[in-house]
Design a protein around this ligand. Sequence first.
Ligand code: ATP
Ligand code: MG
Length: 382
Amino acid sequence: MAGIQDKLKGFDLKKIKEKFSSLFLGSPDILGIDIGNYSVKVVWLKEEGGELKLKTWGHLPIEAKPDASPDERKQQTVNQLRAFLIQKNIPVKQAATAISGNSVIVRYVKFPLLTKNELRATLATEAEPFIPFDIKDVQLSFHILAEVMEEGQKKMETVLVASKKDMVQARVDVLEAVGLRPAIIDVDSFALEGVHERLDAVQGAGSTLYLNLGHSVTNLSIIEAGVTRVVRDIFISGNTFTKAVAKALQCDPAKAEEAKKGFGLMLDQEEKEKALAEGNRDALAVSQAVAGVVKDLVSEVHRSVDFYLSQGPERSVARIVLSGGTARMKNLAKYLTGELKVPVTVLNPLSFIQPPPDVPAEIQPALGVAVGLALRRAKDWV
Ligand SMILES: Nc1ncnc2c1ncn2[C@@H]1O[C@H](COP(=O)(O)OP(=O)(O)OP(=O)(O)O)[C@@H](O)[C@H]1O
Ligand SMILES: [Mg+2]
């Protein structure tokens, strides 16, 4: 079996092209598989007649109990994925997947001018001060963004990615268990870059901030002129909302989940008064609980935007795009537009495909990362 090192080629498209082009000859298809805590998303894109088509997609819920162990959850994921691949009769044998959250650190670092090979050779030593994990436990990758001048010296602006080996291995295990070869292990936020560059709606002046709102984590990234400049994971996400609702309604997680999805946020006074008049206390309580969590999320977004703006006078965030399952929260995009004073929209990662594929609107934003992963390959040759 090839080592993890060989499998962790993600996030750097140039590197992927160089390293994998020969490997893919004759078998260019790759499945994008986004393995989340709540659901697994599968996307297969194929070039047909000069255009990309969506061959297959899947949104597979992980029906593990809330107190399920990581192993039980992993087994559920494998079972779901295996059943799906068999049911759809998918012939593709290679997959791209991604990680995020506590197990991966992304740092933007300026190094003295070195060749790629020199940097590769000294990476662990050079990177150690920037990585809060034991360097032995992580897999390091890097991508050189640009040469910059700093204090009269030429330097290389570099993105460093340190991924915990056990997390990478957990992803590899799932893919191998269903008979797929893990060709690319990416980072959730970087996978969205590929989607971003295909969307007409986000082109134009200013940067785009992505919030990939999942169940256990929210991936925040800011893309400036096609390059991701800020990556940060925030631990306010779908599960945080569910917990707040469960507390407000004094109910179990399953009921809270249902209430969260059913009611969401109420925005205008009229809507609130109507709920009150109808005695719909649950709707009001849910909205209030959700609004409390959104406020915390908004302060985190402000922090990241302020950090980004502080890096240069020409920087601006022109729009925010929501993806992930929680992007479907009723009125969330509208509420955030008001709070953050920039247009906030919900991602349809398949909008560049014509004719529009038949994927329900409530599923589309959740497929963002999986589409980005599926594009990792398709993008090289379209
Ligand atoms: N209509 C809705 N309103 C509010 N929340 C929703 C709605 N539909 C789905 N969600 C929430 O979206 C979350 C799942 O999103 P997603 O599938 O993107 O997560 P995940 O990728 O599995 O999780 P993670 O990446 O954090 O491990 C759940 O918390 C779910 O309750
Ligand atoms: Mg996710």
